[in-house]
Design a protein around this ligand. Structure first.
Ligand code: CAA
Length: 384
């Protein structure tokens, strides 16, 4: 068993850390306050090859492994989870789904620019459209309908909570085509945002990841060519579940980054702040908090890396990615709350960053499958 990172992993980790410090930290408080989408930061991330990290260079990607992705996600998420959620969705839901299940034509047309994160110098990213007003955790209850018309489908319905909703140019859309077949009647399609009948609703005003552009997307009689269906007829739900298993490694790593970012701030503050005649790090009440934070973060990190390793070894990582996601997201929420506590009143104001990390942590327990959904996946796996 090898617990050491390679030279290459360390280089990627450093590149992500430098990027987060130099490009994401400046203006992060203002972007959060004004819900400003971090377009410039994501474009620069694309220049580093971090928007298609695991995609083969044959399709415009950086050809890195999933361990590198976890390391980069952690570093970016320490500073700005609004940047890292766009990175995660594009890498592990959109690009991975297309590379794994797309046809050669679909890969050439859609994956190549998405893996580069740019097209003609402009941002070019994707979004994953599964959630609906009444199909969140209960993802088989899709109401969006894609009617088979022979050489094309007609798509109608509404998707919500869509990350990259307005900034993406390509959507991967799950829709029901045969209600009688239940989950086996669901298809997945590549839909271009510019097509007639696609409408982007207002940006959601959120508690956390406020820079991220979360929207409702509506489809009205959208004509989708049959060659834009991913996989065979009825493959859509399996496509979504398999893709989400990898997505959960990304969000687990995001949660890990939020936790370690909050912990590093608490550690630094505890060395500077004096109370009762000494730096607060000398008080056991603070030492025990820091010890618990560091321990839980290390457990979360090991779970993320183990799941990434399983994925790289082509093993089944459905169980480990759900374990990583549920543990890392609960760690993020707990550590960020404790980090605010270590900061006392200063933790409650924006300049000290920990209140934002605490708000950002919450979504990691909700998206790409709530903590409850992860427990469903874990318990089914261990009981079967
Ligand atoms: N791989 C392959 N097939 C799978 C699978 C997997 N991981 N999981 C389920 N399936 C198959 C099942 O085998 C089953 O097929 P059979 O009928 O042949 O047995 C079929 O799919 C239906 O599965 P279930 O009966 O298990 O379905 P369920 O209704 O009980 O739901 C669930 C299971 C795990 C709760 C699932 O609905 C789920 O994961 N829900 C959460 C959805 C989610 O994560 N949404 C996130 C939205 S995306 C997002 O947030 C991105 C973003 O913007 C940040």
């Amino acid at each position: 068993m090898q617990f050491q990172l390679t030279e290459e992993h360390l280089m990627i980790q450093k590149a992500a850390r430098d990027f987060a410090q130099n490009e994401c930290l400046p203006g992060v408080i203002e972007r959060d306050e004004h819900q400003k989408f971090p377009r410039e930061q994501i474009l620069k991330l694309a220049e580093l090859g971090f928007m298609g990290m695991m995609v083969s260079p044959d399709y415009g990607g950086a050809g890195m492994d999933t361990i590198s992705y976890v390391l980069a996600m952690e570093e970016v998420s320490k500073i700005d989870a609004s940047v890292s959620v766009a990175m995660s969705v594009n890498n592990s839901l959109v690009c991975w789904g297309l590379e794994k299940f797309g046809s050669e034509e679909q890969k050439q047309k859609y994956l190549v620019p998405l893996a580069q994160g740019r097209k003609n110098g402009e941002l070019h990213i994707g979004a994953f459209l599964l959630s609906e007003p009444e199909a969140g955790s209960d993802a088989t209850s899709q109401r969006t309908y894609a009617e088979d018309k022979g050489d094309h489908y007609i798509l109608n319905g509404t998707k919500n909570w869509i990350t990259n909703g307005s900034s993406a140019s390509t959507y991967l859309v799950m829709a029901q085509s045969d209600i009688a077949k239940g989950s086996k009647g669901i298809n997945a399609f590549i839909v271009e945002k510019s097509w007639p009948g696609v409408a982007v609703g207002a940006k959601e005003n959120k508690l956390g990841i406020r820079g991220s552009d979360t929207h409702t997307i509506t489809f009205t009689d959208v004509k989708v060519p049959k060659e834009n269906r991913l996989g065979g007829d009825g493959f859509g739900f399996t496509f979504a579940m398999k893709t989400l298993a990898g997505g959960r490694i990304g969000i687990a790593s995001q949660a890990l980054g939020i936790a370690s970012g909050a912990y590093e701030l608490a550690l630094k503050y505890s060395k500077e702040r004096k109370a009762f005649g000494k730096e607060i790090m000398h008080h056991q009440a603070i030492q025990f908090k820091l010890a618990d934070m560091a321990t839980r973060i290390e457990c979360a990190r090991l779970l993320c890396l183990k799941s990434a390793w399983e994925k790289d070894q082509h093993l089944d990582y459905t169980l480990s990615s759900s374990m990583a996601k549920v543990f890392a997201s609960e760690t993020a929420m707990w550590v960020a709350t404790e980090a605010v506590q270590v900061h006392g009143g200063y933790g409650f104001v924006k300049e000290y960053h920990v209140e934002r990390l605490m708000r950002d942590a919450k979504i990691t327990q909700i998206y790409e499958g709530t903590s409850e959904v992860q427990r469903i996946v874990i318990s089914r796996s261990i009981l079967k």
